[in-house]
Design a protein around this ligand. Structure first.
Ligand SMILES: Nc1ncnc2c1ncn2[C@@H]1O[C@H](COP(=O)(O)OP(=O)(O)O)[C@@H](O)[C@H]1O
Ligand SMILES: [Mg+2]
Length: 334
């Protein structure tokens, strides 16, 4: 769907060059919800803005449905932008226009007849569940409602791709969830590919299939969300996931304050975890105390950790640990 090759972007001013993107390579599949996470200044907005050429790349290619859009002329660029909707952190609605006029705007640009515009806007308002706000002005809406209207506007031309630049960053956690829910159903219903950038791992955790981690203009890790939580490849990824508040929280454990051997198990939905632990307790001459655990529910599975204190003879403990490893449980002795 989207293939980015050797993409670089530098900003130049009198005495300064900022390399905002450095040799980015990335592939995003059709119908995927793809997240890009990084700290402020990492280059996320620059990257996403290159996808619809709001930003001109300095070097490299971007293929969308097989065509290199960096070579598009004005006319083709106009068509491309119809195929790509975008939402922003601060909604970017026209404050002087009603909700109706905001959503109608891209359709008016297309020169659609009035009755068709009205019908389409009504359908979209129904989709985002804000029919009753048709003649309201943005200032009369909550943040979440504004973003719903912005999403309706972004979908007006039936785009194939939806870009979100920190689309939930100005919203409280509950509203964030409801907007993410709307984005997910938009992908499910219309098969739209969604690329969203965020600095919040919660957002990635809640709706993304895969994620790229950006740091200092580079993509340092691309991973499925599940793998990222289970086996982050980079330190930055680890730091991002450890800041996520677990659905059940792991307490801080001081391993030295326990007599036995403290181990931390990493498990995920598909490797039935508890049976392995209870089998271990039965098969080996040890005692196991559960000290703490956490679990993170992801889109398709859960990943979690369990911290156990094992007591018994060293030899038995070593055998028990080997048993866990042999059964695909990730074990770390703390
Ligand atoms: N128009 C611009 N002119 C000069 N520098 C810019 C411009 N836009 C972004 N930058 C710089 O590029 C880098 C990446 O910015 P940005 O893509 O906005 O990061 P992010 O969205 O991850 O916070 C930053 O150092 C930023 O200051
Ligand atoms: Mg940004």
């Amino acid at each position: 769907m989207i293939r980015i090759e050797n993409l670089s972007k530098s900003f130049f001013d009198e005495n300064n060059t900022v390399k905002a993107l450095k040799n980015i390579n990335l592939q995003i599949n059709k119908g995927e919800i793809f997240g890009i996470i990084g700290l402020s200044g990492a280059g996320k907005s620059t990257l996403i803005r290159c996808l619809n050429r709001l930003e001109e790349p300095t070097e490299g290619s971007i293929y969308i449905q097989g065509e290199d859009i960096t070579k598009f002329d004005k006319n083709r660029l106009r068509d491309l932008r119809k195929d790509i909707g975008m939402i922003f952190q601060h909604f970017n609605l026209f404050s002087q226009k009603t909700v109706y006029k905001n959503i109608a705007f891209p359709l008016e640009l297309e020169g659609l007849p009035r009755d068709q515009i009205e019908k389409r806007v009504d359908t979209l308002l129904e989709y985002v569940e804000l029919k009753d706000k048709k003649y309201s002005y943005p200032s009369q809406l909550s943040g979440g409602q504004k973003q719903r209207i912005a999403i309706a506007r972004a979908l007006a031309n039936n785009p194939k791709i939806l870009l979100s630049d920190e689309g939930t960053s100005a919203l409280d956690p509950k509203t964030t969830k409801s907007i993410l829910e709307l984005l997910r159903s938009t992908r499910d219903r219309f098969g739209i590919t969604i690329v969203l950038i965020t600095h919040q791992m919660e957002v990635i955790k809640d709706i993304c299939d895969r994620v790229a981690i950006m740091e200092d203009g580079e993509i340092i890790e691309v991973n499925t969300v599940e793998e990222l939580f289970k086996h982050p490849k980079t330190k930055t990824a680890y730091e991002f996931i450890s800041r996520v508040k677990s659905d059940i929280t792991e307490e801080i454990i001081e391993p030295n304050s326990f007599k036995g051997t403290v181990i931390r198990l990493g498990y995920s939905g598909e490797n039935a975890k508890m049976p392995v632990v209870s089998r271990m307790i039965k098969e080996f001459d040890i005692e196991a105390n559960i000290l703490s655990g956490d679990i993170n529910r992801l889109l398709k599975t859960s990943v979690g950790h369990l911290i156990l204190e094992l007591q018994g003879k060293d030899e038995e403990i070593q055998k028990a640990i080997k048993f866990l490893i042999d059964n695909n449980v990730k074990v770390e002795v703390m």
